[in-house]
Design a protein around this ligand. Structure first.
Ligand code: RFL
Ligand code: PHB
Length: 388
């Protein structure tokens, strides 16, 4: 098989890149190691920046998002029993859209099928070759046969555990990492959301987040120990712990129900530099990870592929500046989102290892934030997404 761009991974980064390249008239093939159903079964992000919504619109994949996405003009923070609203729209003139990653992925998959774009699911032993020269290739096995895709470029959109970053010689890259000493226990249930807006809680028992997917489906998270066994977290135990961490007034309104999904995710900050090696580009979680507190992971994946799709389209029109500058431009945005995600995580979670002084610093910072419009503006500007 031959194509212009071979994309490894059919998560949101790979699928959106494929859609944008198709829109620009660049032929591409996606190779994914899992089945489409498996990819859709992963419950992850829920908050889209306007830049992400705009990119989906540019790719022509925003009809359902426009009809069903929930525009949010603000979110709430809770500390010491006090609730404080961050007025995103009032402070920045921008809003975010609550629309699940599962739905984004679904819409992108449907568009790809309708446009008859080639996608290989359940590809085994995917490997990438020749990207340091002029003839890159992606190889995989399917039905006992080895297949090869000849291409001009490879886009590594294969997530944190993918094969693309791992195929770059170790000496050619530098990585930066911080692992947090706790995880997030997430629960999805068909119950109405607690409130109209998201609620981030810093409680002495740990962080909690009340989010949603629709008017009838809610997503909740609890800070938990990394070695917690998911089997110990019955639905009853989850709801009881969430109620303890919510302000009493809110806990009264919490509607509970059977979980549709429950999982524990570790929290990590991670960046690889650079994001390009010859004819291999990394995008999304393959290049960087943020802790989910700032809701930036999917949005960074989208802004990476926004830059990359334009750079590749320009290449086929005879200009290579976009390709040359991709890594530097993407990383400038990535590091700012890393900073915000790290800061928001540090502000809202409990870190007993930071001692009494650390706890006082957190209290002082929250107190300052709740009383300062300037500080709230910094939060709002980052939450709605910095310019590309
Ligand atoms: P993905 O989604 O991991 O997709 C990578 C794909 O590559 C495939 N793959 C391979 N394919 C072929 N060959 C190989 N060798 C391969 N190895 C892997 C995988 O099967 C997969 O299909 O990465 P991508 O596309 O870069 O997208 C990134 C986002 O998924 C991620 O950043 C977000 O989900 C992070 N995130 C959030 N982001 C937000 O913007 N807003 C949020 O509100 C938000 N909440 C979250 C989150 C992530 C969470 N978890 C579970 C880590 C909440 C949680 C709990
Ligand atoms: C989610 O709904 O999954 C979600 C929302 C906001 C975050 C993280 C996750 O900061």
């Amino acid at each position: 098989m031959k194509t212009q761009v071979a994309i490894v991974g059919a998560g949101p980064a790979g699928l959106l890149l494929g859609a944008l390249l198709h829109h620009y008239g660049v032929h591409n093939v996606i190779v994914e190691q899992r089945s489409a159903a498996y990819v859709l079964g992963r419950i992850r992000a829920g908050v889209l920046e306007q830049i992400t919504v705009d990119l989906l619109a540019e790719a022509g994949v925003d009809a359902r998002l426009r009809a069903e996405g929930l525009p949010h003009d603000g979110f709430e923070m809770c500390f010491g029993g006090q609730r404080h609203r961050i007025d995103l729209f009032g402070l920045t003139g921008k809003r975010v859209t609550v629309y699940g990653q599962t739905e984004v992925t679904h819409d992108l998959m449907d568009a790809r099928t309708a446009q008859q774009q080639p996608t290989v699911y359940e590809a085994q032993d995917v490997s990438v070759h020749g990207f340091d020269g002029s003839a890159p290739r992606v190889r995989y096995r399917q039905d006992g046969q080895t297949q090869e895709i000849e291409c001009d470029f490879i886009a590594g959109c294969d997530g944190f555990h993918g094969v693309c970053r791992a195929s770059v010689p170790a000496a050619a890259l530098q990585t930066f990492e911080k692992v947090y000493p706790f995880g997030w226990l997430g629960l999805l249930a068909d119950v109405p959301p607690l409130a109209h807006e998201l609620l981030y809680v810093n409680h002495e028992r740990g962080f909690a987040l009340c989010s949603m997917r629709s008017q009838t489906r809610s997503r909740y998270y609890l800070q938990c120990a990394l070695d917690d066994d998911i089997r110990q977290w019955t639905d009853e135990a989850f709801w009881a712990e969430l109620k303890r961490r919510l302000p009493a007034e809110s806990a009264k309104h919490l509607v509970t129900g059977a979980s549709l999904e429950k999982s524990i995710a570790p929290l990590r900050s991670f960046v690889t530099e650079p994001m390009r090696f010859g004819r291999l580009f990394l995008a999304g979680d393959a290049a960087h990870i943020v802790p989910p507190t700032g809701a930036k992971g999917l949005n960074l994946a989208a802004s990476d592929v926004g830059l990359l799709s334009r750079a590749l389209a320009e290449h086929y029109r005879g200009r290579d500046d976009g390709i040359e500058q991709y890594s530097q431009r993407a990383l400038a945005r990535v590091w700012k989102a890393e900073r915000f995600s790290w800061w928001f995580t540090s502000l809202m979670h409990r870190f007993p290892e930071n001692g009494a002084f650390g706890a006082k610093m957190q209290t002082a910072e929250l107190d300052y934030l709740f009383g300062s419009r300037a500080a709230q503006q910094v939060v709002a500007e980052n939450y709605v997404g910095l310019a590309l």
